[in-house]
Design a protein around this ligand. Structure first.
Ligand SMILES: C[S@@+](CC[C@H](N)C(=O)[O-])C[C@H]1O[C@@H](n2cnc3c(N)ncnc32)[C@H](O)[C@@H]1O
Length: 369
């Protein structure tokens, strides 16, 4: 394929930012020419303003000669801004095949720098995606590998939770070390990610993200800058994995405690704590949990600090050693039923032991955990 646009992109890729990009298609051209009626279910809100796409690429920091993976490139506007910063390789992962002609043109021009993967980011394996020589030890500096994306809103939060789990296990992209992310979210979600204890937007997502990553809401983009414009503004967030998470327990245990402790955000946290336990023992067990964790039961759930969550997870983990079935208990699920606990063959939760009047567990023992 040879066209003036292609030649121009070739020059750009060879010479980096000194060269001018061929103009992006206008929003209307894009929609008409390629019959891209933005698919709502794929959350296709395009960002075609070069100043803003450059700003997103810049927020990722120094990417020159590194490997970059862009999620959901669409017609390739952020892709171009990334290429201008001359990464060693850029891999784009796009689910919608209608964008392939745009991306293949950039690929051809990029002299093997750009690789296009048609696939769903939720199932793409990044374990072997990047160059071996970029690998770093976890406690060394961050590798020159970056994940960037104007993520589809519909997948952004589940994807982030999936990636936090990968970070906790140092797998997928994080088998290469502490790979950094620069991602967009609905502004409100971005605010939740960075919200401190006591903050208006503090929630489960804040605690999960901040346990494993240093997070920053870098800037906000008005919804009107997108085509078609979403109803909300968009926040650009950077996440850098921590060398050591604050709460070191298994991801699922942390997720369970954080989720349940955030059930009633504005209410006293004892109410939320009760949801970790089956109904017939929940009041006593919740008191015990907060006592072991040395958390004031009057604290509201949104006021809990990461340190308090750390103690709560330790205390819950300690209680689960005696009653492993607590790990499987799901608030509102089938195991909510008292019969589940009484009639299950492997009865490892002795209800009698949990009734009022039981002696408190030894706080000192929990401290030793
Ligand atoms: C919000 S648009 C952003 C497009 C482009 N990056 C931009 O900023 O103009 C989201 C893009 O992600 C793609 N996408 C949606 N779900 C995806 C998934 N699960 N995996 C990969 N790409 C996906 C959509 O097709 C769309 O191109």
């Amino acid at each position: 394929m040879s066209s003036p646009a292609l030649q121009s992109v070739k020059k750009l890729v060879q010479n980096g930012s000194r060269l001018r990009l061929p103009p992006l298609p206008s929003p209307r051209d894009l929609i008409n020419l390629y019959k891209l009626r933005a698919k709502k279910q794929l959350s296709q809100n395009f960002l075609l303003d070069k100043r803003l796409t450059d700003k997103i690429a810049k927020a990722a920091g120094a990417i020159k000669d590194g490997d970059v993976c862009e999620v959901g490139p669409g017609p390739g506007s952020i892709t171009r801004s990334i290429l201008k910063r001359v990464p060693g390789r850029l891999i784009v992962i796009e689910k919608d095949p209608r964008f392939l002609p745009f991306l293949e043109m950039l690929q051809e021009a990029s002299q093997e720098r750009l690789k296009v993967v048609l696939g769903d980011i939720l199932s793409v394996d990044m374990q072997k995606l990047f160059r071996e020589d970029l690998r770093m030890q976890w406690d060394d500096r961050c590798p020159n590998i970056h994940l960037i994306g104007n993520l589809p809103f519909s997948v952004s939060t589940p994807l982030l939770i999936q990636w936090l789990r990968d970070i906790s296990l140092r797998q997928n992209a994080w088998s290469y070390g502490r790979v950094r992310m620069t991602l967009t979210f609905q502004k409100e979600v971005a605010e939740r990610i960075v919200a401190e204890a006591n903050g208006r937007q503090r929630c489960r997502l804040s605690v999960m993200c901040q346990n494993w990553c240093d997070v920053k809401h870098v800037f906000t983009i008005s919804g009107s800058s997108f085509v078609p414009p979403p109803d909300v503004d968009v926040g650009v967030v950077t996440l850098r994995p921590k060398i050591e998470p604050i709460i070191k327990e298994d991801f699922h245990l942390v997720e369970k405690v954080v989720r349940q402790m955030s059930t009633f955000r504005q209410k006293k946290c004892i109410r939320s704590a009760q949801t970790l336990f089956p109904p017939h023992v929940r009041e006593e067990m919740a008191v015990k949990l907060l006592h072991l964790a040395e958390v004031n039961p009057d604290t509201r759930s949104f006021q809990l600090t990461l340190e308090e969550f750390k103690r709560l997870v330790s205390a819950f983990s300690y209680m689960c050693q005696d009653y492993p079935k607590l790990l499987k208990y799901q608030y509102g699920g089938n195991s909510n039923d008292k019969e589940f606990w009484e009639n299950n063959e492997s009865r490892d939760l002795d209800i009698g032991e949990l009734l009022p009047g039981e002696k408190d567990m030894d706080v000192e023992e929990v401290r030793k955990l």
